[in-house]
Design a protein around this ligand. Structure first.
Ligand code: HSE
Length: 436
């Protein structure tokens, strides 16, 4: 039986998980392939106590794998971008296929890496970079290849979803739940990537490129995190029939492509509104398939290894067909003219929470500003201050609007914030009208 040699760079959670999966399912995998996979070389700084790699060759320098003639497929599982980029480019120039779980690497340097791979006639696979165990790249690339994708929306950061779910379930503040997520090992020690939407922006840039056939445009993703969301917003949204979810949204419009990560109100009855905890989900709409949703674990050793090893299998299956390779972003021609819309050009309905003093005429002034800007009100909540703590200096007024262009909403918000009776910066959350 032909043998294909795999080198693993990085033996952390995902690296060791992938090693174990390749070992545990070796027989089933070779039945699928008609070839056997052998881990021939591993690079790690230090083996941990529980890690048993048998007699596999071990190095401390991943660059040795990039040069090793005994490695056909290199698994880049070290993370980070600078060294990972150097390693991957070196391995590509040496004719090795690449599998990576590194979303930052692909989102930031994918255009350059894919070009080099195409010139060197090797494959770069990155299923594990987006939504862990959900095979969403393969779904877009293969299963839905006949469709024109209209839009996609995903819960693609498990940590952020865990925090919002806990805030919702027990009316707890953001900072407290974040601390708990860190203790449970969900959030990174520096949680900025998760809670400020950067991790989701990396994943969305990749999903959007593969859905719409564009280059990767990480720098054009509008990114907003969840750190400003309060239990109060969650409670008001609930009263109005919504959940607050942190979404990555990309949609094709007549004017260009929307590319945005931010918290959004999603109607409670939508399937995606019911995705809780650390789970991920991607909902999308294709012209032929209609709406379709994919759900699963977005992180963790075994789910991520599932995606990594599936990529290895995919590469081995295609190894004999290199002259006719499927491009890494799955479109033979990129839509180079397509515009990525700035956030000011999107159209959305909005949730506004405005803190006002209990003064005659303040609501009239706010509604007048909205009216003058052509913004129609869909629903409104104003609580009796004596029923909500008795603070007549900071009464929350909640307004849900109908759809309007973001630039117009920005202008109205500026005018509302300038009113004397408005005490604080207004909270604005976009509404995502996702048909499932
Ligand atoms: N930090 C990521 C998350 C892990 O919370 O989803 C997987 O990319």
């Amino acid at each position: 039986m032909q043998q294909i040699n795999v080198g693993i760079c990085g033996l952390g959670t995902v690296g060791y998980g992938s090693f174990c999966l390749l070992k545990n399912n070796a027989q089933e995998i070779s039945r699928r392939l008609g070839k056997s996979l052998r881990v021939s070389h591993i690079a790690t700084r230090k083996l941990r106590e529980h890690q048993d790699i048998g007699d596999v060759k071990l190095s401390t320098d991943p660059m040795q794998l990039a040069a090793d003639p005994d490695v056909d497929i290199l698994l880049e599982l070290i993370g980070g971008t600078d060294f990972a980029r150097e390693l991957v480019m070196k391995a590509i120039s040496n004719g090795k296929h690449i599998v990576t779980a590194n979303k930052a690497l692909i989102a930031e340097y994918g255009n350059e890496i894919f070009r080099a791979a195409s010139e060197n006639k090797v494959m770069v696979a990155y299923e594990a970079a987006v939504a862990g165990g959900i095979p969403i790249i393969k779904i877009l690339r293969e299963g839905l290849a006949a469709n024109q994708i209209a839009w996609l929306a995903g819960i693609i950061n498990g940590t952020g979803n865990y925090i919002l779910s806990e805030m919702q379930a027990a009316s707890r503040p953001f900072a407290e739940v974040l601390k708990e997520a860190q203790q449970l090992g969900y959030a990174e020690a520096d949680p900025t990537f998760d809670v400020e939407g950067i991790d989701a922006a990396h994943k969305l840039a990749i999903l959007s490129a593969i859905a719409f056939g564009t280059a990767l445009h990480l720098d054009k993703v509008y990114t907003e995190g969840i750190s400003e969301i309060t239990p109060e917003d969650i409670a008001f949204a609930n009263e109005l029939g919504y959940r607050i979810k942190h979404l990555g949204i990309s949609a094709k419009t007549a004017h260009g492509i929307e590319l945005r990560v931010h918290p959004a109100l999603v109607a409670k009855q939508r399937l995606i509104a019911r995705v809780d905890g650390v789970m991920n989900a991607v909902l999308l709409h294709g012209d032929a398939v209609g709406s379709s949703m994919y759900y699963g674990a977005g992180a963790g050793d075994a789910p991520t290894a599932s995606a990594v090893v599936a990529d290895v299998i995919d590469i081995v299956r295609r190894m004999g067909m290199l002259e006719e390779q499927v491009p890494a972003l799955a479109f033979q021609t990129e839509d180079a003219d397509i515009r990525i819309l700035p956030i000011e050009e999107i159209i959305s309905a909005y949730y506004l929470r405005i803190s006002v003093r209990d003064k005659v005429g303040v609501i009239a002034k706010i509604t007048e500003i909205l009216g003058e800007n052509g913004i129609s009100i869909d629903a409104m909540i104003q609580k009796d201050p004596d029923m909500t703590g008795g603070n007549h200096e900071q009464i929350p007024v909640i307004i849900m609007t109908h759809e309007i262009q973001e630039a117009v909403m920005n202008k109205a918000i500026e005018q509302i914030e300038a009113l004397d009776a408005v005490t604080d910066k207004l909270t604005r959350i976009r509404v995502a009208d996702l048909q499932d």
